[in-house]
Design a protein around this ligand. Structure first.
Ligand code: SF4
Length: 172
């Protein structure tokens, strides 16, 4: 929820202190909204994100006994949680129900010819048909790390890529 329009490094820096101060859903609602905004300021879009966080904590307390739900259908009912975040949370809880499609997964799936779609929901549908269910949690991590280290957006390192003989977009 904090990661929109910022880097993972930045989010991890902010959450280091955030998670010490706010340990339960009630804690996010116990402070004035401006205080929460200040505490997440460095992630950008802090007003919108603080509003989503407070909304989510309300719903968690009112509908889920203060416990993060485990299904994607329930997770997307939380304010500020769309399908990608819901898929990430479900997978990290050991119960993947779909495949996370972020910018790397989208680019690599297209380059590798696994999908022709542009829309993340349609890309996810294509990947779910191709990838074995027990790999749904791990698969996006493999693509994300490959996308960060080798299949870089502007300058893919095809000559170093283990998939170059299979990849339709290979430049070697
Ligand atoms: S061969 Fe090139 S374009 Fe294809 S996955 Fe590897 S780095 Fe990406």
């Amino acid at each position: 929820m904090l990661s929109a329009q910022t880097t993972d490094v930045n989010v991890n820096r902010v959450t280091q202190t955030l998670f010490q101060k706010y340990r339960r859903p009630q804690d996010y609602l116990a402070v004035p909204p401006e205080e929460l905004e200040r505490d997440i300021y460095a992630t950008g879009f802090f007003r919108q994100k603080a509003k989503a966080l407070r909304g989510t904590m309300h719903v968690l307390l009112e509908e889920f006994d203060g416990v993060v739900p485990r299904t994607v259908d329930e997770l997307v009912r939380l304010p500020g949680v769309a399908r990608k975040t819901a898929n990430v949370v479900a997978a990290e809880l050991g119960n993947p129900q779909g495949i996370v499609v972020d910018t790397h997964v989208r680019r690599l799936s297209q380059r590798l010819g696994l999908t022709k779609q542009e829309d993340p929901v349609k890309i996810e549908r294509d990947l779910m048909k191709l990838v074995r269910r027990e790999e749904w949690g791990r698969f996006p991590h493999l693509l994300i790390w490959h996308g960060r280290r080798i299949c870089i957006a502007r300058r893919p390192l095809c000559e170093e890529c283990v998939l170059s003989d299979l990849c339709p977009a290979s430049r070697v």
